[in-house]
Write a protein that binds this ligand. Structure first.
Ligand SMILES: [Zn+2]
Length: 431
């Protein structure tokens, strides 16, 4: 009886006094004062990019809001660049709920719209309409909803095409370069000196949006939202001379292409090495990987990352992929506090997706995220909100649940497995 009850258990039962946050809150229209403040803040912050920054505007002449702006996002300096790029216009920006932690009052004043990553958020559709139609301002979002692990584009939500089509507005893409190289996601506490260069381009006019289907709009967006910071670095001969330039890269390059072992990679200074077979690679000043002895399997970091993705895909297809662990878990039902939930069992495979089971406050809970309910996974390296751990998030309608795996390398593999399993399930037309 109890077992049956447990298998039916759903969300975590928190104390009644746990404060939630209303994600459907309409965004505040930016006031003149707030706009002035963002301008001054940008002016003060941008000189901190020691090698300078450039924003090239393409097909933007005469463009007035309302429009949808899509940007890639790697780090804090993307905000002042965004503010400068859209000046003198006003905008409302979509921000993930964990960004609201401790700063919710400021973000509300700035006109941000809170959302939970990788969930179907209907209030976002409503808020988009409010910003574009009622306020007549810029609706801005980072559609990848994540920092890129390897400096290339991540998967984009298909909902963007619908937002554009429904609101009949132009679409603009702001692509930042250098921001990833300066502060790679896998080592975001150490800065590398590089110039920043962004392009701001109107990729679809209101007439284009009117004429094209939702699928065609998404196709254009996917084509235009392409970037590869390592290629950009090489093409522009940008030398990163810091002696710690490879420090942390094992977080994304977790599999050794020499002996195939996973989770035994380590990095320090300018080198990446495998603890299993001893092979060592150096990261050159131009961001290429070079084997110190023998064959260089992948000189381009995104190729190495892609190879790992292909391996995960093969595992899913041949039925050998599965992950099981017992992990410390934290709940984040509001935006105010991470709540320690003790340990829970978590598993991920192609049949069931993610299943998390545990007990809290005398109640069993079971969080189930089927493969087709999650097209990507929110992972964090050195997550400052949880004392610098590597972790992943399982989002539900009312909660964000953070899991800290025993072997931290697995979060990168889980992110790849989530995306590949989703793609395979859709290719197969699975329910
Ligand atoms: Zn090895």
């Amino acid at each position: 009886m109890n077992e049956n009850k447990n298998s039916l258990a759903g969300e975590i039962k928190y104390d009644d006094n746990v404060k939630r946050y209303d994600l459907s809150k309409p965004p505040v229209k930016q006031t003149k004062n707030v706009q002035r403040l963002t301008k001054l803040t940008s002016k003060a912050l941008l000189p901190l990019i020691r090698k300078g920054h450039t924003i090239e505007k393409i097909n933007m002449e005469g463009l007035e809001p309302p429009y949808i702006l899509l940007a890639n996002h790697m780090q804090f300096m993307d905000f002042p660049i965004l503010f400068e790029a859209i000046h003198p216009h006003k905008m409302n920006l979509v921000a993930a709920n964990h960004v609201y932690y401790k700063d919710y009052a400021l973000l509300e004043k700035l006109g941000c719209m809170c959302t939970r990553k990788f969930t179907a958020d209907l209030s976002l559709v409503r808020n988009c309409h409010t910003v574009l139609q009622d306020y007549g301002d810029v609706f801005a979002m980072f559609p990848e909803a994540r920092y890129s692990p390897d400096g290339t584009q991540s998967v984009l939500p298909a909902a963007i095409g619908k937002l554009a089509k429904k609101n009949k507005v132009p679409v603009v893409v702001l692509l930042n370069h250098g921001n990833f190289l300066n502060q790679p996601f896998w080592s975001h506490y150490k800065f590398r000196k590089v110039p920043f260069y962004a392009t701001m381009k109107q990729i679809l006019t209101a007439e284009d949006v009117e004429k094209l289907s939702v699928d065609e709009i998404n196709e254009v967006i996917n084509e235009e939202f392409q970037y590869d910071d390592y290629k950009w670095q090489k093409d522009n001969n940008i030398r990163i001379t810091e002696k710690y330039r490879a420090d942390g890269i094992h977080r994304i390059l977790y599999q050794c292409p020499n002996c195939m072992t996973e989770g035994k990679m380590t990095s320090s200074g300018i080198c990446l090495s495998c603890k299993e077979c001893g092979k060592k690679w150096e990261m050159t000043e131009l961001g290429e990987m070079k084997a110190l002895e023998g064959e260089t399997e992948f000189s381009h970091v995104p190729d190495w990352y892609k190879w790992q993705r292909e391996n995960v895909r093969k595992e899913i297809l041949n039925g050998t992929y599965s992950y099981k662990d017992e992990v410390p878990v934290y709940g984040f039902p509001g935006v105010y506090k991470y709540i320690k939930l003790g340990k829970a069992k978590v598993s991920h495979d192609f049949q069931n997706g993610f299943v998390l089971t545990g007990h809290y406050n005398g109640h069993a809970y079971r969080i189930h995220k089927p493969v087709k309910s999650l097209y990507s996974l929110h992972i964090e390296y050195q997550f400052s909100h949880l004392k610098g751990v590597d972790c992943f998030e399982l989002p539900t309608k009312q909660d964000s649940i953070y899991c800290i795996p025993t072997n931290s390398y697995i979060i990168t593999k889980l992110a790849l497995a989530t995306e590949e399993a989703y793609k395979i399930a859709n290719e197969n037309g699975r329910d």
